[in-house]
Design a protein around this ligand. Structure first.
Ligand code: SF4
Ligand code: SF4
Length: 234
Protein backbone atom coordinates (compact mmCIF):
# COMPACT_ATOMS: atom_id res chain seq x y z
CA UNK A 1 0.00 0.00 0.00
CA UNK A 2 1.46 3.38 -0.86
CA UNK A 3 1.11 6.46 1.29
CA UNK A 4 1.21 10.11 0.36
CA UNK A 5 3.82 11.77 2.54
CA UNK A 6 2.73 15.36 2.45
CA UNK A 7 4.05 17.38 5.32
CA UNK A 8 7.74 17.91 5.91
CA UNK A 9 9.01 18.88 9.36
CA UNK A 10 12.59 19.83 10.11
CA UNK A 11 14.00 18.13 13.18
CA UNK A 12 13.29 21.20 15.31
CA UNK A 13 9.73 21.45 13.94
CA UNK A 14 9.15 17.73 14.56
CA UNK A 15 10.23 18.05 18.20
CA UNK A 16 8.08 21.19 18.57
CA UNK A 17 5.12 19.27 17.14
CA UNK A 18 5.68 16.42 19.62
CA UNK A 19 5.86 18.98 22.47
CA UNK A 20 2.64 20.58 21.22
CA UNK A 21 0.95 17.18 21.17
CA UNK A 22 1.98 16.54 24.78
CA UNK A 23 0.78 20.03 25.76
CA UNK A 24 -2.57 19.61 24.04
CA UNK A 25 -3.47 16.11 25.17
CA UNK A 26 -1.62 15.93 28.48
CA UNK A 27 0.03 12.75 29.79
CA UNK A 28 -0.53 9.74 27.50
CA UNK A 29 0.68 6.73 29.53
CA UNK A 30 0.35 4.07 26.81
CA UNK A 31 2.12 6.26 24.26
CA UNK A 32 4.84 7.22 26.74
CA UNK A 33 5.60 3.52 27.47
CA UNK A 34 6.13 2.97 23.73
CA UNK A 35 8.33 5.98 23.01
CA UNK A 36 10.30 5.79 26.28
CA UNK A 37 12.83 3.27 24.96
CA UNK A 38 13.22 5.25 21.71
CA UNK A 39 14.04 8.45 23.59
CA UNK A 40 15.89 7.16 26.66
CA UNK A 41 17.13 3.74 25.48
CA UNK A 42 18.18 1.51 28.39
CA UNK A 43 17.60 4.38 30.83
CA UNK A 44 13.85 3.77 30.58
CA UNK A 45 11.76 0.90 31.89
CA UNK A 46 8.31 0.21 33.27
CA UNK A 47 7.68 -1.28 36.70
CA UNK A 48 5.05 -1.62 39.39
CA UNK A 49 4.93 0.79 42.33
CA UNK A 50 2.20 0.36 44.96
CA UNK A 51 0.33 -1.88 42.56
CA UNK A 52 0.37 0.68 39.75
CA UNK A 53 2.33 0.38 36.52
CA UNK A 54 4.74 3.32 36.32
CA UNK A 55 7.54 4.62 34.15
CA UNK A 56 11.00 4.48 35.70
CA UNK A 57 14.01 6.41 34.43
CA UNK A 58 17.63 6.86 35.38
CA UNK A 59 19.79 9.84 34.44
CA UNK A 60 22.71 7.57 33.48
CA UNK A 61 24.02 4.05 34.02
CA UNK A 62 25.56 4.98 37.38
CA UNK A 63 22.27 6.21 38.80
CA UNK A 64 19.43 4.06 40.19
CA UNK A 65 16.07 3.97 38.40
CA UNK A 66 13.39 6.14 39.99
CA UNK A 67 9.64 6.25 39.25
CA UNK A 68 8.43 9.31 37.33
CA UNK A 69 4.89 10.60 36.96
CA UNK A 70 3.69 10.96 33.40
CA UNK A 71 3.44 14.77 33.39
CA UNK A 72 7.08 15.12 34.41
CA UNK A 73 8.01 12.36 31.99
CA UNK A 74 6.56 14.31 29.05
CA UNK A 75 8.69 17.34 29.91
CA UNK A 76 11.75 15.12 30.36
CA UNK A 77 11.22 13.47 26.97
CA UNK A 78 11.14 16.88 25.27
CA UNK A 79 14.24 18.02 27.14
CA UNK A 80 16.15 14.92 26.02
CA UNK A 81 14.93 15.24 22.43
CA UNK A 82 16.04 18.87 22.30
CA UNK A 83 19.45 18.30 23.84
CA UNK A 84 20.52 14.88 22.53
CA UNK A 85 21.95 13.99 19.14
CA UNK A 86 19.29 14.29 16.43
CA UNK A 87 18.69 11.01 14.62
CA UNK A 88 16.10 11.37 11.85
CA UNK A 89 15.15 7.67 11.82
CA UNK A 90 14.52 7.73 15.56
CA UNK A 91 12.56 10.98 15.42
CA UNK A 92 10.47 9.57 12.54
CA UNK A 93 9.58 6.49 14.64
CA UNK A 94 8.61 8.74 17.54
CA UNK A 95 6.49 10.96 15.26
CA UNK A 96 4.73 7.89 13.83
CA UNK A 97 3.73 6.79 17.34
CA UNK A 98 2.85 10.26 18.63
CA UNK A 99 0.79 11.32 15.60
CA UNK A 100 -0.56 7.81 14.89
CA UNK A 101 0.36 8.08 11.24
CA UNK A 102 3.12 6.86 8.91
CA UNK A 103 6.28 8.98 9.11
CA UNK A 104 9.67 8.53 7.48
CA UNK A 105 13.04 10.27 7.65
CA UNK A 106 13.95 12.39 4.64
CA UNK A 107 15.13 15.70 3.27
CA UNK A 108 13.07 18.77 2.47
CA UNK A 109 13.91 22.43 1.99
CA UNK A 110 17.61 21.44 2.10
CA UNK A 111 17.32 20.12 5.65
CA UNK A 112 17.00 16.64 7.05
CA UNK A 113 13.81 15.92 8.94
CA UNK A 114 10.64 13.87 8.83
CA UNK A 115 7.92 13.43 6.23
CA UNK A 116 4.53 12.99 7.88
CA UNK A 117 1.56 11.36 6.18
CA UNK A 118 -1.22 13.61 7.40
CA UNK A 119 -3.96 11.50 5.74
CA UNK A 120 -5.32 14.83 4.47
CA UNK A 121 -6.19 13.12 1.18
CA UNK A 122 -8.98 11.43 3.19
CA UNK A 123 -10.15 14.71 4.68
CA UNK A 124 -13.35 16.49 3.69
CA UNK A 125 -14.27 19.59 5.67
CA UNK A 126 -17.90 19.44 6.85
CA UNK A 127 -18.04 23.23 7.36
CA UNK A 128 -19.31 22.77 10.89
CA UNK A 129 -17.12 25.63 12.13
CA UNK A 130 -16.17 23.72 15.27
CA UNK A 131 -12.45 24.38 14.76
CA UNK A 132 -13.16 28.11 14.77
CA UNK A 133 -14.79 28.01 18.19
CA UNK A 134 -13.00 27.77 21.50
CA UNK A 135 -9.78 26.34 20.11
CA UNK A 136 -7.24 28.67 21.69
CA UNK A 137 -4.41 29.36 19.32
CA UNK A 138 -1.46 31.47 18.35
CA UNK A 139 -0.49 32.85 14.98
CA UNK A 140 2.95 33.35 13.51
CA UNK A 141 4.92 36.57 13.30
CA UNK A 142 4.63 36.15 9.51
CA UNK A 143 0.81 36.15 9.72
CA UNK A 144 0.93 39.36 11.71
CA UNK A 145 3.37 40.94 9.28
CA UNK A 146 1.08 40.07 6.37
CA UNK A 147 -1.90 41.74 8.06
CA UNK A 148 0.23 44.79 8.81
CA UNK A 149 1.32 45.05 5.17
CA UNK A 150 -2.30 44.80 4.07
CA UNK A 151 -3.43 47.32 6.68
CA UNK A 152 -5.87 44.78 8.18
CA UNK A 153 -6.51 46.59 11.46
CA UNK A 154 -9.76 44.62 11.74
CA UNK A 155 -7.75 41.41 12.10
CA UNK A 156 -4.85 42.85 14.08
CA UNK A 157 -7.19 44.22 16.73
CA UNK A 158 -8.01 40.59 17.71
CA UNK A 159 -4.34 39.60 18.10
CA UNK A 160 -2.66 39.99 21.47
CA UNK A 161 1.11 40.11 21.84
CA UNK A 162 2.30 38.23 24.94
CA UNK A 163 5.76 38.13 26.49
CA UNK A 164 7.06 34.63 27.20
CA UNK A 165 8.91 33.72 30.39
CA UNK A 166 11.77 32.32 28.34
CA UNK A 167 12.01 35.56 26.34
CA UNK A 168 10.48 36.32 22.98
CA UNK A 169 6.82 36.89 22.24
CA UNK A 170 3.81 34.97 21.03
CA UNK A 171 0.72 36.25 19.24
CA UNK A 172 -2.55 34.94 20.66
CA UNK A 173 -5.66 34.80 18.49
CA UNK A 174 -8.58 35.60 18.85
CA UNK A 175 -8.59 37.91 21.85
CA UNK A 176 -11.58 40.24 22.23
CA UNK A 177 -10.23 43.81 22.12
CA UNK A 178 -13.08 44.96 24.40
CA UNK A 179 -12.64 42.40 27.18
CA UNK A 180 -9.06 41.20 26.68
CA UNK A 181 -10.39 37.63 26.93
CA UNK A 182 -10.45 34.84 24.33
CA UNK A 183 -13.45 35.17 22.07
CA UNK A 184 -16.13 32.44 22.24
CA UNK A 185 -15.74 32.03 18.52
CA UNK A 186 -13.42 33.45 15.88
CA UNK A 187 -14.80 36.87 14.86
CA UNK A 188 -14.28 35.95 11.21
CA UNK A 189 -16.43 32.81 11.29
CA UNK A 190 -19.46 33.45 9.09
CA UNK A 191 -22.58 31.40 8.40
CA UNK A 192 -23.93 30.65 4.97
CA UNK A 193 -27.43 32.22 4.89
CA UNK A 194 -30.19 29.69 5.48
CA UNK A 195 -27.78 26.78 6.02
CA UNK A 196 -26.04 25.11 8.93
CA UNK A 197 -22.75 25.63 7.13
CA UNK A 198 -19.99 28.02 8.05
CA UNK A 199 -17.12 29.66 6.19
CA UNK A 200 -14.10 31.81 6.87
CA UNK A 201 -14.61 35.49 6.06
CA UNK A 202 -10.84 36.03 5.77
CA UNK A 203 -10.11 32.83 3.86
CA UNK A 204 -7.39 34.34 1.63
CA UNK A 205 -5.40 35.74 4.55
CA UNK A 206 -6.29 33.41 7.41
CA UNK A 207 -3.36 32.42 9.64
CA UNK A 208 -1.19 29.42 8.86
CA UNK A 209 -2.51 27.51 11.85
CA UNK A 210 -5.96 27.55 10.20
CA UNK A 211 -4.55 26.44 6.83
CA UNK A 212 -2.83 23.50 8.52
CA UNK A 213 -5.69 22.41 10.79
CA UNK A 214 -6.28 19.61 11.70
CA UNK A 215 -2.78 18.51 10.57
CA UNK A 216 -3.33 14.88 11.59
CA UNK A 217 -6.22 12.49 11.99
CA UNK A 218 -5.32 12.16 15.68
CA UNK A 219 -5.61 15.92 16.21
CA UNK A 220 -8.95 15.94 14.37
CA UNK A 221 -10.28 13.19 16.62
CA UNK A 222 -9.09 14.93 19.77
CA UNK A 223 -10.52 18.32 18.86
CA UNK A 224 -13.96 17.35 17.58
CA UNK A 225 -13.29 17.66 13.85
CA UNK A 226 -15.39 15.26 11.75
CA UNK A 227 -13.48 15.84 8.53
CA UNK A 228 -12.21 12.25 8.45
CA UNK A 229 -15.58 10.63 9.07
CA UNK A 230 -16.21 9.05 5.68
CA UNK A 231 -19.82 8.07 6.39
CA UNK A 232 -20.82 11.71 6.84
CA UNK A 233 -19.40 12.95 3.54
CA UNK A 234 -21.58 14.72 1.00
S1 SF4 B 1 -13.95 21.15 12.62
FE1 SF4 B 1 -13.17 20.03 10.84
S2 SF4 B 1 -15.01 19.62 9.60
FE2 SF4 B 1 -15.56 21.27 11.03
S3 SF4 B 1 -15.12 23.19 9.90
FE3 SF4 B 1 -13.28 22.68 11.08
S4 SF4 B 1 -11.98 21.53 9.64
FE4 SF4 B 1 -14.06 21.52 8.81
S1 SF4 C 1 -9.57 32.73 10.65
FE1 SF4 C 1 -11.09 31.59 9.50
S2 SF4 C 1 -10.41 29.46 9.59
FE2 SF4 C 1 -9.31 30.58 11.19
S3 SF4 C 1 -10.55 30.34 13.05
FE3 SF4 C 1 -11.24 32.22 12.03
S4 SF4 C 1 -12.95 31.63 10.73
FE4 SF4 C 1 -11.84 29.77 11.31
Amino acid sequence: MSHEFKTFLTMAQAIDAVATDFGQYGPQPDLFRKIGPLILGNDFKTGILNGVKRAWVRLNRNQPFTPVDDTALGFYFIHVLETSEKDTARIAKICALVFQTPARPGVGEGESGVWIDSHMNEFVCKRCGNCCRKLGNVCLREDRQLWERLGRRDILSWVKEEQLDAGGVQYRIWIDPQTGKPAESCPFLAQTPGKAAFYCAIQAVKPLVCWEYPFTKKHAQHTGCKGFEVNERN
